[in-house]
Ligand binder design. Structure first.
Ligand code: AGP
Length: 615
């Protein structure tokens, strides 16, 4: 997720664009850049690091004054956060500049074709190919909007593109597919942005672009077409958010916005990793397949929510690859003298990529000669930099301290790694892998369905605001989900919450059950290992018989739990190992709503930091 701004009008484009980028910096902050059209030419500046680095650059080396320009704050996906990889990207003649949000899946093929035609590409990004393609098409069309339509028809993946050409000094062109882009319409000026926060200081009259549309901005107005050139339907609206709300997409908290972004985050994490034959192509996993075939143990190290993702990954890795998999709290890992060698694959899961406990654990693993694969959401952060290989999640920046979309994308990445290990080791056939990939490809829609049915969960959460304890039970992959639900409640509502393996109840915890004690139970699918489902139904009966208020998360069609559920939360039926992707979402919403009912600060809970960079 990146921040994009475009402007054409009578104001200083540089001032409008950089102010807009400030409003969007939460969307990406590992590099930033701008391009301005002036004096018949195009001038650009871009710097790695936060926006302030670009602003210093612009003071030291000012750009010419112009009234047409574009800008970008980057959340890196392809290529680390360097000056060269920062947007905007230009063609070799320096006449076209383009900024991009999203993932162009077929960029490698396009890059190779451009190189064969003599283009020199200077970055590691997928975006740069668009600048060169636009230059080629513009040399024929002499019309940037038409050039953009022609290029977009060749791109695969999710993208928002905004471009300018020095030969059209009063034009900015944008395009979108599966990635947001809104137009701001002012008096004699027009704006393009990833979200309205960038321009509501200038205008509240907006147009939301639809799928596969191209928009041409001129001072006198806006023209919208499809990629096919036909006039596009235009949905105008008035923005009634204030700037702060706009940064949160209209939500009260970043956490709510990030919960809502989970369907797209899951879909984006799958993008570009499955080739045309349906096989996995995890090209960032730069550990040779020959070495992966020699692995005899997987050890996952992580903290907090990432640790819970690792616990779920264990089930998938062992089931699909038959390799033993240990999951360790990173803070405990190196102090127990773990048994590691060159045939151990250590997987370090971290949203921030800066968690010191996890970093120290992977350093210890490498000292023992093990290969380390990072699963990380922050491109270029320390943990992937110190790993042998990395699989980036594409959740976009996660601002709220309580991790939500990063968790779901960590699960997706873990499933992909497990399938990839199965693929290279031959323990999963191609058709079996394709079947799981198809199931994963449907999850984005399933998560959306869950999000649409959360009002009863919010009402339930508010009704429990005065409670001082909630327990969470689960079996199999539902057990780490129970742990994650408890962690969310602890860190947001500041209340005692504990997750248990349901089978452990009778070994002690059942003594905690008392009248009206809320107990959330994550029920496994009755279609999976039915013995687990029967046992969880018994567990629900046991606790209810002792007075518990049972809150049961169960898949649609599971009628066996109904007689024993005081509150029933339905989730879509999914394959057993993938259920955490849908079962976790109600627990995120539950914890967030209960914390809100208690008047807590949801995005920055007390005593917590987003990235724990100390041991
Ligand atoms: C999760 O809600 C917490 N914010 C915390 O447990 C977090 O998951 C943990 O600190 C690990 O962070 P990382 O993923 O950035 O390494």
């Amino acid at each position: 997720m990146c921040g994009i701004v475009g402007y054409v009008g009578s104001q200083s484009a540089l001032e409008v664009v950089t102010a807009g980028l400030k409003r969007l910096e939460y969307r990406g902050y590992d590099s930033a850049g701008v391009a301005v059209l002036a004096d018949g030419g195009l001038a650009a500046a871009k710097k790695a690091g936060k926006l302030v680095n670009l602003e210093k650059e612009l003071v030291e080396r000012p750009l010419p004054t112009g009234s047409t320009g574009i800008g970008h704050t980057r959340w890196a996906t392809h290529g680390g956060p360097t000056d060269a990889n920062a947007h905007p990207h230009l063609d070799n003649a320096g006449r076209v500049a383009v900024v991009h949000n999203g993932i162009i899946e077929n960029f490698a093929v396009l890059r190779a074709e451009l190189a064969e035609r003599g283009h020199e590409l200077l970055s590691e990004t997928d975006t740069e190919v668009v600048a060169h393609l636009l230059a080629e098409e513009f040399s024929v069309t002499a019309d940037l909007a038409e050039a953009m339509r022609l290029v977009c028809r060749r791109l695969e993946g999710a993208f928002t593109l905004v471009a300018v050409h020095a030969d059209e000094p009063d034009v900015v062109v944008g395009a979108r597919r599966n990635s947001p882009l809104v137009v701001g319409v002012g008096e004699g000026e027009a704006f393009l942005a990833s979200d309205v926060a960038a321009f509501i200081a200038h205008t509240r009259s907006a147009i939301e672009l639809g799928q596969d549309q191209v928009v041409e901005l001129r001072r006198g107005g806006v023209t919208v077409t499809g990629f096919d050139g036909r006039p596009g339907d235009v949905r105008s609206y008035h923005v009634d958010w204030d700037a702060s709300a706009a940064e949160k997409g209209g939500y009260d908290y970043f956490m709510l916005k990030e919960i809502a972004e989970q369907p797209k985050a899951v879909a984006d994490t799958l993008l570009g990793r499955i080739d045309v034959s349906g096989s996995l192509t995890l090209d960032e996993v730069r550990i040779p397949a020959s070495e992966l075939r020699e692995i005899d143990k997987v050890v996952i190290v992580a903290c907090g929510t990432a640790f819970h993702a690792g616990l779920i990954a264990k089930y998938a890795i062992e089931h699909w690859t038959r390799i033993p998999c240990e999951v360790e709290l990173a803070s405990e890992f190196r102090y127990r003298d773990p048994i590691l060698d060159s045939r151990s694959l250590v997987i370090a899961i971290s949203q921030s990529g800066e968690t010191m406990d996890t970093l120290m654990a992977l350093r210890h693993a490498r000292e023992q000669g093990s290969r380390v694969l990072a699963i990380c959401n922050t491109n270029g952060s320390t943990i992937p930099r110190e790993s042998d290989a990395v699989l980036y999640t594409h959740a976009g920046p996660e601002v709220a301290v309580a991790s939500t979309k990063a968790f779901l994308t960590q699960l997706v990445a873990c499933y992909l790694v497990a399938l990839y290990l199965g693929q290279v080791r031959g323990t999963k056939w191609g058709d079996e892998i394709c079947a799981v990939i198809r199931d994963l490809s449907r999850i984005s829609v399933e998560v959306e369905r869950v999000l649409e049915t959360m009002e009863p969960v919010r009402e339930l959460a508010r009704s429990l605001a005065e409670k001082d304890t909630v327990l969470f039970l689960g079996r199999h992959v539902g057990y780490p989900v129970a742990l994650e639900g408890a962690l969310k409640l602890k860190e947001l509502a500041y209340m005692h919450a504990e997750g248990f393996a349901a089978g452990e109840l009778k070994h002690g915890p059942i003594a905690l059950i008392e009248d009206d004690l809320p107990v959330v139970v994550v029920a496994p699918s009755p279609r999976g290992r039915s013995v687990l489902h029967d046992k969880i139904v018994s567990n629900i009966q046991e606790i209810r018989a002792r007075g518990a208020r049972t809150i049961v998360i169960a898949e649609e069609g599971d009628e066996a739990v109904v007689p024993y559920a005081d509150h029933l939360i339905r989730i879509p039926a999914t394959p057993t190992l993938l259920q955490p992707l849908v079962a976790t979402v109600p627990l995120q919403v539950f914890a967030c709503e209960l914390a809100t009912a208690r008047g807590n600060e949801v995005d920055q809970p007390r005593n917590l930091a987003k990235s724990v960079t100390v041991e």
